[in-house]
Ligand binder design. Structure first.
Ligand code: HSE
Length: 436
């Protein structure tokens, strides 16, 4: 059978990993795909650097349009990232009848619906295993492995940079900025680390998983996004004393009135496996009705781990191209006419448990005032911790863990607590998930 010809847009970390793994594991991949997967062209603005990687094995051009308009190429691998030029290249490739493999979570979370519609019309495949949790085959698990199930919720550590920072803050007692610099030096962080630390990268990935799990369009604009920049080391310490770890989780949940889609720092009981995912590793916990909880763990970033996912997509396309393309797996797991319009809920409608930290004057009646407010709003306390005042000080930290309540109810309680004259300053609120 004739080889499938691939063009790679962007020969950076993931692009060069893809090129190298394809070459190194050529025989194995041929055996699995049933036909050779050949890189015919690479487009990169830095032609010289790209040439030093491909070493004369394929043509290198600076202009991506030469690649997406090249009639020889069957599959375009988009590894440029971002929403702008990458979108134009992907749409052009589709228009030209080419299949697309992309690692671009930002592009799919924001413009996925338009891209999938275009691909559907042209009967080409857009594959994106590498867009979520790098080397972990979570898209395949959600779309295919779990296809018998009604998925209830997904909770994932899907940004390695922030997990690395949180691990460093907890283990070594280092501050946020010091660990961020380490993460950047190790190459985990996105070019603009804002996307990592503000939770945007995780929200892109959670948005894609939400669509696949619940059969709704991608709706990044409806996601609640809160990063780790405001998280204080003291809360990591107190959480630990209460038996919890704080992780940046991407959560999506099926509720009676809609779908929760949110990214925020979250307390998780330390005995959960996912609470022990450290450093730059990723993990996704999926709870479904038939199989129950399943956990997927691995490297969520990096050259060859992400290349592993890109090449899995290339092999899938190489195989599917030999059979009836109408029978392939739908982009968002559900057939286009089976998608639904269940709303994504605003964060005020979300139900979860909470960690509250406040500083109070150590005098009679303070606790009674606080607990009365919680009781009046039917918020039940799960655990309580009061620290001893430091020598010569009269202010103490109080930490309260609550049972589940709706976010708007909790916000109302906090507003009232902050008005008590013996409660000093703002109440720190961190969401808590028991995850089974
Ligand atoms: N910057 C991302 C992370 C990797 O830290 O996980 C690519 O998605």
């Amino acid at each position: 059978m004739k080889p499938v010809k691939v063009g790679i847009l962007g020969l950076g970390t993931v692009g060069s990993g893809t090129f190298n793994v394809l070459k190194r594991n050529q025989k194995e991949i041929l055996g699995r795909a049933g036909r050779r997967i050949e890189v015919a062209m690479v487009a990169d603005r830095d032609v010289e650097r790209a040439q030093s990687i491909v070493k004369g094995d394929c043509e290198v051009v600076a202009d991506g349009y030469l690649l997406v308009n090249n009639p020889e190429i069957d599959i375009v691998v988009e590894l440029i990232g971002g929403y702008t030029v990458a979108k134009d290249f992907v749409l052009k490739a589709i228009e030209n009848g080419k299949h697309v493999v992309t690692a671009n979570k930002a592009l799919l979370a924001v413009h996925g619906n338009e891209i999938f519609e275009a691909a559907q019309k042209k009967k080409v495949i857009v594959a994106f295993e590498a867009a979520v949790a790098g080397g972990i085959p979570i898209i395949k698990a959600l779309r295919e492995g779990l296809t018998a199930n009604r998925i209830e919720w997904i909770a994932g550590i899907i940004n390695g940079t922030t997990n690395f920072i949180l691990s460093g803050m907890r283990d070594k007692g280092l501050d946020f900025n010091t660990v961020l610099k380490d993460a950047q030096a190790l190459g985990y962080a996105e070019a603009d680390p804002t996307f990592d630390i503000e939770g945007i990268d995780a929200a892109h990935k959670a948005t894609i998983m939400s669509a696949i799990a619940f059969g709704v369009p991608v709706q990044f604009d409806k996601a609640y996004v809160e990063g780790i920049t405001k998280l204080e080391s003291i809360d990591i310490t107190y959480a630990e004393q209460l038996g919890y770890r704080i992780k940046l989780l991407g959560i999506t949940k099926r509720m009676a009135n809609g779908i929760e889609l949110r990214v925020h720092p979250t307390l998780i009981p330390e005995k959960r496996l996912i609470a022990n995912v450290e450093g730059a590793m990723n993990a996704v916990l999926v709870n479904s009705d038939a199989v129950g909880a399943t956990l997927y763990y691995g490297k969520g970033a990096g050259s060859e781990p992400t290349a592993s996912a890109v090449i899995a997509d290339l092999v899938d396309i190489a195989r599917v191209d030999t059979v009836n393309p109408e029978h392939r797996v739908p982009y968002l797991a559900f057939q286009p006419d089976a998608m639904n319009d269940t709303p994504i809920l605003p964060i005020t409608e979300v139900t979860t448990s909470y960690y509250l930290r406040m500083q109070v004057k150590d005098q009679p009646g303070v606790l009674a005032d606080i607990t009365r407010i919680l009781a009046d709003l039917s918020i039940s306390i799960d655990a309580f911790l009061q620290k001893e005042p430091l020598e010569g000080e009269t202010l103490v930290d109080i930490i309260i863990l609550t049972h589940q309540t709706q976010e708007k109810n909790m916000n109302a309680a906090i507003e009232k607590i902050e008005q008590i004259s013996t409660v000093m300053g703002k109440v720190t609120k961190i969401r808590l998930e028991n995850l089974l």
